[in-house]
Design a protein around this ligand. Structure first.
Ligand code: 13P
Ligand code: ZN
Length: 270
């Protein structure tokens, strides 16, 4: 079967990176059933021939107006599609969309009319914000990491930067590789525009990774692999915390002096 990825090696490689990460999410146990979603801004890989292709279906509304996305293209996981299936067949379990000139709707230009993720309002609102602020970030990841989600069931961890400080203090790599910490978004209905708006406020507060209370994480970075890595190091720290608690003690954590030394030597923000 012909694919829009044929003779487009850069686009193909970018989309297969998403497939690789989707496989990791499944292996981690973070992607039950259709859990989680990924979008990547692929505008740089789109050529004139792709731009000239007709849409597979009539335009669909985004649910919000995103002025900076005019003419942008995205790869999106399909709604109700499984990460473990996307890992071996990214074009059968995801699609390519282009944003129309009204900045309020999109069309599918792909191999099959796979409807994009239900979390599209959050993903596209965040991409709109990233472009508006001149960010080099191209990828956004929503996933359900077990230990991080478990922590959001305790009120104390929902307070600003309480979880961040705890997780950073579990192992030096956490602050080194997730230097902006973990933002917190209170529980809101999945897929809602309110959740999208709250996610942007948290990212604007200078976080790359934000928790959606009792649901999952939302992470942004230059590539999908980098976004995955930030979530991976944070969840590793959460696992270390929980392992210590399971052994019957509250972990001591690195001291303030050790954290400061780390930040000074590696030039980390905050
Ligand atoms: P989708 O299958 O629509 O991407 O939804 C999965 C999810 O995790 C919703 O929050
Ligand atoms: Zn989810």
């Amino acid at each position: 079967m012909n694919s829009i990825l044929d003779n487009r090696p850069a686009l193909k490689a970018g989309i297969w990176k998403v497939a690789e990460v989707a496989g990791y999410l499944w292996q981690k146990g973070w992607a039950e059933r259709n859990g989680g979603n990924i979008t990547v801004n692929i505008t740089d890989y789109v050529d004139d021939a792709l731009r000239a292709l007709p849409a597979l279906e009539a335009p669909r509304p985004i649910g919000t107006v995103l002025p900076h996305l005019k003419g942008c293209w995205f790869y999106c996981k399909g709604t109700q599609k499984r990460m473990r299936d996307l890992a071996r067949d990214p074009m059968g379990n995801g699609s390519v969309i282009r944003i129309l000139d009204d900045c309020a709707s999109y069309e599918i230009v792909a191999d099959a009319p796979v409807a994009p993720t239900s979390e599209l309002p959050s993903h596209l609102s965040v991409h709109n914000y990233l472009i508006a602020t001149g960010s080099p970030y191209k990828a956004s990841l929503h996933t359900h990491p077990i230990e991080l989600v478990a922590m959001t069931h305790a009120k104390k961890f929902l307070e600003k930067d309480v979880a961040t400080r705890l997780l950073w203090s579990m192992i030096p790599e956490t602050k080194a590789f997730c230097p902006r910490g973990l933002g917190m978004v209170p529980y809101m209905l999945p897929s809602s525009v309110e959740l999208a708006d709250a996610t942007i406020r948290a990212i604007d507060d200078d976080y790359d990774v934000v928790m959606w209370e009792k649901h999952g994480v939302f992470a942004v970075d230059v590539s999908i692999m980098d976004a995955f890595d930030q979530v991976d190091v944070l969840n590793k720290a959460a696992q270390i915390y929980i392992s210590a608690r399971n052994m019957g003690f509250e972990p001591a954590g690195m001291t303030e002096e050790q954290m400061k030394e780390l930040s000074d030597v590696f030039g980390l923000p905050k």
